[in-house]
Ligand binder design. Structure first.
Ligand code: NAD
Ligand code: MG
Length: 378
């Protein structure tokens, strides 16, 4: 047994079940899971696996994964794509579908997504449509994908009409969140994923938010707290997904911070050099609580506490923190009006009565948002 494998055996693995009836699956969280991915994936009964990855992640981890699969009797092949959001395209979709067919992936076989949310969304969508659906396994390699995009079964690509507009709900058969893979993640990506971790506390779990305030160092350093934060985030997301698999109701709570965040991403033209999603979410979380306070719903001290925590880990929290500027109030309102959460002129926000007390608030008048943003910008 290799030293790595021995270490793995000593590592505790946290299992988070996602009880979705005949689409139920487990999320496994732990350090070094990729080394033992073979037996876990082989247990699904497939004979072959097509690993989809990107040019940053593939060279670091694809070999370990395919060796582990081959050692357990699974034929495997690797498809490597350029990194970045532009990869969630029709061009890549065609390329990966053909590569999966070329690899003779049959109905009982698997597509394995080894990468961040870009690879997970694309590979999941390929799995949803190739041969009218094959199974897939997520091996998420960013904090964001471990706590968010790999859970819940939303898959898809971008269209020139907007992000994530072409896709399908397709649940994975297994998620392996190896928290050691985050050791190579650039710190900016780590922080961006952390904004989504904090979000779960702010939605409905004040104790988890307080735990994050006390333990964020361990999460960033790769201590046991990282595994716990990933597992707890997955539990939170899984609970929402189980209540509302196809996003007709409650699942909207996961959009806390995202109405403002998406508007900022749109204004910065999805230029990751300026703003990545989680940074937009961090600013959006602070704004959602400040807006809630401005509407008299929650104490301003809650917003200040959230802002202090986001700032201490190095996340942006203010409109003035957007590199190159956040545009005018009108531009921000326009960008928000393009969001899918707009109905009949008024906006749906996720607001809060306090930390861990978020709720869906439809029918927020644009004028109230305008007044709030005018105060924030000036
Ligand atoms: P990403 O996949 O682009 O990864 C970020 C960067 O980190 C890339 O350059 C990648 O190559 C690199 N990287 C990934 N893992 C690494 C590792 N272990 N070591 C070193 N570098 C690594 O971005 P993301 O933030 O993971 O995902 C964003 C995407 O997720 C967006 O397209 C978004 O729409 C989608 N998303 C989907 C859902 C969903 O429910 N399906 C939810 C949230 C976000
Ligand atoms: Mg998000």
């Amino acid at each position: 047994m290799s030293i790595a494998a021995a270490q793995v055996q000593n590592t505790s693995v946290i299992t988070v079940p996602v009880p979705l009836g005949d689409r139920a699956y487990d999320i496994l969280v732990g350090r070094g899971l990729i080394e033992v991915a073979g037996p876990r994936i082989a247990a699904l009964g497939a004979r072959a696996a097509a690993i989809v990855t990107d040019e940053h992640v593939g060279p670091l981890y694809a070999q370990a994964l395919s060796q582990s699969l081959q050692a357990n009797g699974l034929r495997s092949s690797v498809i490597t794509l350029p990194p970045g959001e532009a990869t969630k395209s029709y061009t890549s979709l065609e390329r990966v579908c053909d590569a999966v067919l070329e690899a003779k992936i049959e109905r009982g076989d698997l597509v394995v997504a080894l990468g961040g949310g870009v690879i997970g969304d694309l590979a999941g969508f390929v799995a949803a449509i190739v041969r009218r659906g094959v199974r897939f396994v997520q091996v998420p390699t960013t904090l964001l994908s471990q706590v968010d995009s790999s859970v819940g079964g939303k898959t898809g690509i971008n269209s020139r009409h907007g992000k994530n507009l072409v896709g399908a709900f397709h649940q994975p058969s297994l998620v392996l969140a190896d928290t050691a893979l985050l050791d190579t993640l650039p710190v900016r990506e780590m922080r961006a994923g952390y904004a989504e971790v904090v979000k779960y506390g702010l939605i409905d779990d004040a104790r988890f938010f307080a735990w994050c305030e006390a333990n964020w160092h361990g999460i960033f350093n790769g201590d046991l707290e990282r595994d716990e934060a990933v597992a707890q985030s997955c539990r939170s997301k899984a609970a929402v997904v189980v209540r509302d698999e196809h996003e007709t109701g409650d699942r909207a709570l996961l959009n806390l911070g995202h109405t403002f965040g998406h508007a900022l991403e749109r204004i910065t033209r999805y230029d990751s050099a300026r703003l990545v999603h989680g940074e937009g979410v961090a600013i959006g979380l602070n704004l959602a609580f400040r807006f809630s306070a401005a509407l008299g719903l929650c104490a301003i001290s809650d917003a200040e506490r959230i802002e202090a925590h986001l700032a201490v880990v190095g996340l942006p929290t203010r409109l003035s923190h957007v590199p190159g500027g956040c545009g005018t109030v009108d531009e921000l309102l326009d960008a928000m009006a393009q969001d899918k959460k707009v109905k009949g002129g008024s906006l749906t926000f996720i607001l809060a009565k306090g930390i861990g007390q978020s709720f869906i608030a439809p029918g927020i008048e644009a004028e109230k948002v305008r007044a709030f943003l005018t105060g924030e910008i000036n």
